[in-house]
Design a protein around this ligand. Structure first.
Ligand SMILES: Cc1ncc(COP(=O)(O)O)c(C=O)c1O
Length: 464
């Protein structure tokens, strides 16, 4: 329960003044120039759903309960001098002045307000993909010759961006470390402190489900004078890294936040000063690289955020139930909700109440061949889930990470990150009933084991 409830702020456009009226006229937003800022001060630290519900509600142009989509790429002004003032930075989105949608679009801006509320940051900017969010932040914060100290357990695409693309394209250097070893993190930073600008981690790592100790890592980042950037794609609502000390939170909105496996999108949540610098007309990575989100996509996502809380609770509940039952069957299951997970107590101590331990679990089948055989039956025989990358869908999605989403990593890097060849990553869905789905899982497992025994019998028969 929120410490003190903040009532939802409604903004009816029918009541809005002329274009040059300040946002304050409608009684919302600070009016201090922090155009994407949200007031989350009166919402409890650990209540992301409460914070989201207290962000201002945008009505449609004709009073519709849903906001209108601002489909324009460009915006008109009443007087010629206004354009000059906008380009000079005197007038901006905080006063309802928009230049061009690559810079800032009102519908995308509204989603940014929701994302900032969700993550408890001053501001947020939504991008065309998670990779667009990650690359724009890293380029902005590091610059040519800058250095990143990063976790060695990262999504394969991020790993490749840091290990290959950014060094080649921008001269940004990286050192991968075991982030559980705080002294190793500190030593890596200090080995070239001058150049190191960013400590980069995933809140819950893809695919190994290791949990970053953000309170400790943020203390190190503060002491050493660099920014902690946290990818919270696996655990929206479940953990709020910025409330634990992270400077910037990035998301692949394509996953749980979207929930529909039909949209590619991303977000950067952080201080208003960072977001503004990234939008700078002459120097900002968002303005100049152009990774912006389409307004129609922003509308779609904005409509799904209000039920993210309910969805995350059900994902987590089912993942916990399956992990517990899989373990009872003697399977090698990795799930942070299980007490034998190395970061179980850490996650329990930093997670927001009522969201459990997340909707992702891993099953180590020992070999890629066994992993593939099980997934084959789970999809094609019993319809437990779908063989596909990505996560956060209402159906269960499963993939063998070593040969798919982490295939960018070398065998040595995978071994260091703990990605074994038989590791199946599952994003646990919530369609159907829990018992119906569990029954499908057990049947697939039995079929796979039966097949294995038949093959063994056949081998013995051939030898004889
Ligand atoms: C943890 C994580 N971060 C970032 C990304 C990239 O996001 P997108 O596919 O939206 O570009 C992914 C994609 O799988 C991911 O799993």
């Amino acid at each position: 329960m929120a410490e003190t409830e903040q009532s939802m702020v409604f903004t009816n456009p029918k009541k809005r003044g002329p274009k040059d009226a300040t946002a304050d006229d409608d009684g919302f937003v600070t009016g201090t120039g922090d155009w994407a800022a949200v007031s989350t001060k009166r919402v409890a630290r650990n209540d992301p759903a409460g914070a989201l519900a207290s962000v201002r509600h945008e009505f449609g142009e004709h009073g519709g309960v849903n906001m209108s989509i601002e489909a324009s790429a460009t915006f008109t002004v009443m007087e010629a001098d206004t354009l000059r003032r906008m380009f000079a930075g005197e007038l901006g989105p905080d006063r309802d002045f928009f230049i061009y949608s690559r810079h800032c679009n009102p519908t995308v801006l509204n989603l940014g307000r929701q994302m900032a509320a969700l993550e408890g940051t001053e501001a947020a900017y939504c991008t065309a993909s998670g990779m667009a969010a990650i690359s724009s932040v890293l380029i902005q914060l590091c610059g040519a010759g800058g250095r990143v100290v990063a976790s060695r357990c990262l999504y394969g695409g991020t790993h490749a961006l840091l290990a290959h693309f950014l060094p080649r394209a921008c001269g940004i250097r990286v050192e991968f470390v075991d982030i559980d070893d705080i002294e190793a993190v500190r030593a890596a930073i200090r080995s070239d402190k001058e150049a190191t600008r960013v400590l980069y981690v995933e809140m819950m790592s893809n695919p190994t489900l290791a949990v970053a100790d953000v309170p400790r890592l943020s203390a190190v980042a503060r002491e050493e004078g660099l920014k902690l950037v946290v990818d919270n794609t696996f655990t929206p609502m479940v953990v709020s890294p910025a409330r634990l000390g992270a400077d910037v939170v990035v998301h692949s909105v394509s996953k749980f936040i979207s929930g529909g496996a039909d949209i590619i999108a991303g977000a950067i949540c952080g201080p208003a000063s960072l977001v503004k610098s990234m939008m700078d007309l002459q120097h900002g990575s968002l303005m100049l690289l152009g990774p912006t989100m389409n307004a129609k996509v922003a509308f779609e996502i904005s409509e799904r955020l209000p039920h993210l809380s309910l969805r995350m609770k059900e994902h987590s509940k089912r993942a916990m139930a399956y992990a517990t039952r899989m373990k009872k069957l003697g399977l090698k299951v990795i799930y942070p909700g299980l007490e034998d997970h190395p970061h179980h107590s850490l996650l329990a101590s930093i997670a927001n109440p009522d969201y459990g331990f997340g909707g992702m679990l891993c099953l180590d089948m020992g070999s890629e061949e066994r992993a593939n055989r099980l997934m084959h039956h789970l999809q094609n025989t019993t319809q437990f889930g779908l063989m596909a990358v990505s996560l956060g869908y209402y159906e269960t999605l499963m993939s063998c990470s070593g040969s798919s989403t982490s295939s960018e990593m070398s065998p040595e890097e995978k071994a260091r990150a703990g990605i074994s060849p038989g590791l199946i990553r599952m994003s646990v869905g919530y369609s159907g009933t829990l018992e119906q789905r569990w029954n499908q899982f057990e049947r697939a497992l039995a079929l796979m084991q039966q097949q294995h025994h038949q093959q063994q019998d056949a081998a013995i028969y051939c030898k004889a």
